[in-house]
Design a protein. Structure first.
Length: 135
């Protein structure tokens, strides 16, 4: 999937979110990172993401950030039933999460919508596809 110039919202800035944001930026995506925690709580862990093409939207709700996004990568700790996730799906945003993480946290059976994958598949998909088809 060619993400060059695509708008991607990364929700949850633990290690997986940071890794996803770094990869997306390196592939030319326009990335918005978000987490309910304010930036000060990360103690500099996000400094490496300060680059053109990366918008910090920390400490605020993701709801207002969904419009216009092509894709959303969410932490497995975020419930798929959350209104902002359902809103993204309803708006045609492709929502992905890591299956390895779901298994670790015992959440696999609770997944109701979206795609279960892993970071290898997410990275491979991003690098191989020619374009993103959005309904």
């Amino acid at each position: 999937m060619n993400v060059n110039g695509k708008r991607v919202l990364v929700c949850g800035m633990a290690r997986g979110g940071i890794a996803a944001a770094k990869l997306l930026l390196s592939l030319g995506a326009q990335v918005t990172i978000t987490d309910t925690k304010p930036e000060a709580d990360f103690g500099g862990a996000l400094d490496e993401l300060r680059a053109p093409g990366c918008v910090f939207a920390l400490g605020q709700a993701a709801d207002a950030l969904i419009a216009g996004q092509d894709m959303m990568i969410i932490s497995p700790g975020i419930a798929w039933a959350k209104p902002f996730v359902q809103s993204a799906i309803a708006q045609g945003v492709e929502v992905m999460t890591c299956g390895t993480c779901l298994n670790h946290y015992g959440l696999t059976e609770k997944l109701a919508v979206g795609s279960v994958t892993n970071m290898y598949v997410i990275a491979q998909t991003m690098m191989e596809a020619d374009h993103i088809v959005k309904p």
